[in-house]
Design a protein. Structure first.
Length: 194
């Protein structure tokens, strides 16, 4: 009798698996009926790149597929400042000083010093230039922005990958102009870099 119960339970167990998996709807099928959730990018029910009407929360700092900033890095690093000098600062300097101060002290002061005199902890050892000289004041805003984005021709590394938002780069330019004691400069030729 006990043996028959075990065989019966095993038989029911094996056939109920088939019933469970083949007859009952899958929870995955139920999820396919829901039109859209952010985490459903790979769902068979939606095609997230099909139209622009599907809501999608993008990760902060990602690169947009449209409306991206133009690229002039090769030109600038080859010593041609034409595009850089034509850039117009779209920000209002007074509104960006606090942000520019924070970013400058985070990324720039270690070389250029807290006041831009080139006396930062690392800068004194590497010969970082002062940013408050007449020569530095003569650079256009676009030229300074380009140096931040692409780096300089010698030791200055690029910071465009760290300051990925163009508004942050302009905030640093505005703060630097404040350190220099001058307002934003218009487009003009940048002095040659030795």
């Amino acid at each position: 009798m006990r043996r028959n119960l075990i065989v019966l339970a095993l038989g029911l167990g094996l056939t109920s698996c088939n019933w469970w998996y083949n007859t009952l709807p899958s929870p995955d099928d139920a999820l396919k009926r829901i039109p859209w959730f952010d985490h459903m990018v790979k769902s068979q029910a939606v095609f997230p790149y099909e139209t622009g009407t599907v809501p999608r929360g993008t990760v902060p700092g990602t690169v947009p597929i449209t409306g991206a900033e133009a690229e002039w890095g090769k030109e600038f690093l080859a010593g041609n400042n034409t595009t850089a000098d034509r850039l117009v600062n779209p920000t209002r300097p007074g509104e960006t000083y606090a942000r520019g101060d924070t970013l400058y002290q985070t990324f720039c002061s270690v070389c250029h010093g807290p006041a831009g005199a080139g006396n930062g902890t690392v800068g004194m050892r590497m010969g970082a230039p002062s940013l408050i000289t007449d020569r530095a004041r003569a650079f256009s805003d676009g030229y300074l922005y380009s140096i931040i984005r692409y780096g300089g021709l010698s030791l200055m590394p690029r910071y465009g990958d760290k300051l990925h938002d163009p508004r942050d780069r302009w905030a640093v330019v505005n703060y630097l102009r404040r350190l220099q004691g001058v307002g934003p400069t218009g487009a003009g030729p940048a002095p040659p870099v030795p």
